[in-house]
Design a protein around this ligand. Structure first.
Ligand code: OGA
Ligand code: NI
Length: 358
């Protein structure tokens, strides 16, 4: 059955929590929001937003054109993965039409009445569907967001796929297949940058499991006291993020400071996940990030996650084990996934536990 794969990978489940879109709409403007959303540790107003300190912008057309030429863009890609763990990808070849349709259908879904969205709500023990993730205790602070999670490859469980808007399923299928091709192209280029045999890299990653998370962040009158998505690194190999409307909110941590990512029109935000950090023996970095909330405007994003083969073992590519030796414990993809999804989002904690030397 379709859901076998996700349960096989133990993506876990989450406690049921209130729907934030409904909650946000029900609180009068001068009334406080529930205590469970108030985060003592954040004062988003104090964010360092260093002008000019932008994540690298990588041009895929240049990368592909220069494959046999000077490799300047390739070394920029390498630097982005090593020093930032994040970059914006432009001229990626996915048409404006596909992107606009995807954004549009996502926004339409979240405009539906609550009852209609509930038709695809998470079922007990499942992570797919409309709801939340990473909530494991009644005391845990909650994120100011609702999510729709779907496995897109290799099998889809259509019970959780919206039927409305009518084009949603086709749109998402087209979008995720295009992203899958793009990601395989990036893996090949990364192999070249790393000096790893591309075939070895593609054997582990090409055409493997993909899932999406659509994040819906309602506005909040106390926006500087809540978080849309707690600080975390992504527990997979590679993420492609598309901001679905023009409201910014993704922040990444660099040199101990948070700063805001400002996506260029039509660009994807790509980031390295924990599993790619382990497989590259720490050469590529999985960076902590979070999402903040806007006081007036809702924000939507779609994250597409890519895993290695689910039967793979995470240990560094032999070409990348130099004099330092291996820097991470060897762990299977299944085991890392189980560990990652059984906890709350907590910075880079899951990855830190894998390090052999602290
Ligand atoms: C994620 C994520 C950031 C955003 O879904 O893992 O980091 O801007 N999203 O929504
Ligand atoms: Ni993330």
């Amino acid at each position: 059955m379709a859901s076998d794969l996700s349960s096989h990978l133990e993506l876990g489940s989450s406690l049921t929590v209130p729907n934030v879109q409904e909650l946000a709409a029900s609180i009068p403007p001068n009334e406080n929001i529930p205590e469970r959303y108030i985060r003592q540790e954040v004062n988003v107003g104090l964010v360092d937003s260093i002008d000019g300190d932008e994540i690298p912008v990588i041009d895929l057309t240049k990368l592909v054109d220069e494959e046999n030429i000077d490799g300047e863009e390739l070394s920029r890609l390498g630097l982005a993965c090593k020093e930032w763990g994040f970059f914006q990808l432009i001229n990626h070849g996915i048409t404006k039409q596909v992107i606009e349709k995807t954004k549009n259908d996502i926004m339409e879904f979240f405009k539906l009445p609550h009852k209609e969205k509930e038709a695809i709500k998470q079922l007990p023990g499942h992570i797919e569907g409309y709801g939340q993730m990473f909530v494991h205790s009644e005391e845990q602070k909650l994120d100011w967001a609702d999510m729709l999670t779907l496995v897109t490859l290799p099998h889809k469980d259509m019970r959780f796929w919206p039927k409305n808007p009518a084009s949603f399923r086709d749109t998402l299928e087209t979008y995720t297949l295009k992203i899958r091709e793009l990601v395989d192209c990036l893996y090949r280029l990364m192999a070249k940058d790393l000096g790893v045999d591309p075939q070895v890299m593609l054997d582990v990653f090409s055409g493997q499991m993909q899932s999406i998370r659509i994040n819906y962040y309602p506005p909040c009158t106390q926006a500087n006291k809540v978080l849309g998505l707690s600080p975390h690194s992504d527990g997979i190999a590679l993420t492609v993020l598309l901001q679905a409307n023009d409201v910014n909110g993704l922040q990444i941590k660099k040199n101990g400071k948070w700063f805001l990512v400002k996506p260029k029109p039509g660009a994807f935000i790509i980031n390295i996940g924990d599993m790619l950090e382990i497989l590259t023996n720490g050469k590529y970095k999985s960076i902590e990030h979070r999402a903040i909330i806007n006081m007036e405007e809702e924000r939507l994003s779609i994250a597409t996650f890519h895993l290695p083969r689910t039967d793979a073992v995470l240990c560094p590519f032999p070409d990348l084990v130099n004099v330092d030796g291996e820097l991470y414990k060897t762990i299977s993809v299944k085991e890392y996934t189980r560990e990652y999804f059984s906890g709350k989002l907590n910075g880079k904690n899951a990855l830190e536990r894998m390090k052999l030397r602290k």
